[in-house]
Design a protein around this ligand. Structure first.
Ligand code: BTN
Length: 263
């Protein structure tokens, strides 16, 4: 059963909620609403997605049991602050998940949430800018694997995991995670430039001290992660050189080490 839009609107002020059984992608729906002139603070939720989108053109498996939503925002922020929408959301997702479980969430820079070495949440922020570089709109899309899909995750997603193995009080838990997420996220978002989330985002970093690789100008570069800095950049050391990464994807070079404690 889909979540009740009314219940969520009752808890979060100034929010318009559209709840669906299924859509192609909540991000696509929210973007269409944005183009049609829908106001900021519009939330699109779906029980499942037939064409869930991940970063870098990937698909995002979106079966029943997950929590999939997109938040349409019209933020008054500078282009440099764009990254903070995703990073604030990642910190809020961690806290929301921990509010219903005793699991510890970690953040794989920049937009993934992990529990015990498995990815339980992905975030995809899409947007459209005005000619002066300000936002026309941003759509923050969040997919949380709250409950294990009926047949488990497919073999080609070896790092995918769920917060809970078994289904119980499914809608109550989904609702609670969503409401807590929105509460926390909006408390960060109202003064995004203050970066109230950054200490927590840094502390939850899964990558500190690990070997990673990333692509630059068509080459694969291997480096060691030093930390996430106060601007949510990933600071890596490549030999003697210190590099500050602001976007893009990094791979952990020895995935099996994800399941071990960090040095
Ligand atoms: C990633 O892991 O690469 C990001 C995944 C983002 C998935 C969410 S689910 C809700 C929203 N709608 C989409 O189509 N994608 C985002």
């Amino acid at each position: 059963m889909k979540l009740s839009a009314k219940k969520i609107e009752k808890h979060i002020k100034n929010l318009k909620v559209h709840s669906f059984d299924f859509v192609d992608s909540t991000n696509t729906v929210a973007k269409k609403m944005a183009t049609a002139g829908e106001f900021s603070n519009t939330l699109v939720i779906a029980e499942c997605q037939t064409a869930g989108k991940g970063r870098l053109g990937r698909t995002f498996l979106s079966e029943k049991g997950g929590l999939y939503f997109s938040l349409l925002l019209r933020p008054q922020i500078s282009p440099e602050e764009t990254l903070f929408i995703t990073t604030a959301a990642a910190a809020a997702v961690c806290r929301a998940i921990e509010s219903v479980s005793d699991k510890k969430c970690e953040i794989k820079w920049v937009n993934d949430v992990y529990i015990s070495g498995k990815k339980v949440c992905g975030i995809l922020t899409e947007g459209e800018f005005n000619a002066d570089g300000t936002f026309n709109y941003a759509v923050l899309g969040v997919g949380i694997n709250l409950f294990m899909p009926a047949g488990g995750f497919p073999a080609d997603l070896p790092l995918a995991g769920a917060v809970f193995d078994k289904k119980f009080r499914k809608n109550r838990i989904k609702e609670k995670v969503l409401i807590n997420f929105l509460d926390i996220f909006f408390s960060f978002f109202e003064n995004l430039s203050e970066k109230k989330f950054i200490d927590e985002y840094q502390k939850r970093s899964l990558l500190d001290g690990r070997q990673i690789s990333y692509e630059k100008d068509g080459r694969t570069i291997t480096a060691t992660v030093v930390k996430i800095d106060k601007n949510a950049r990933l600071v890596v050391k490549n030999g003697e050189e210190t590099v500050f990464l602001t976007t893009g994807e990094v791979q952990i070079t020895e995935v099996e080490n994800l399941f071990k404690d960090k040095k």
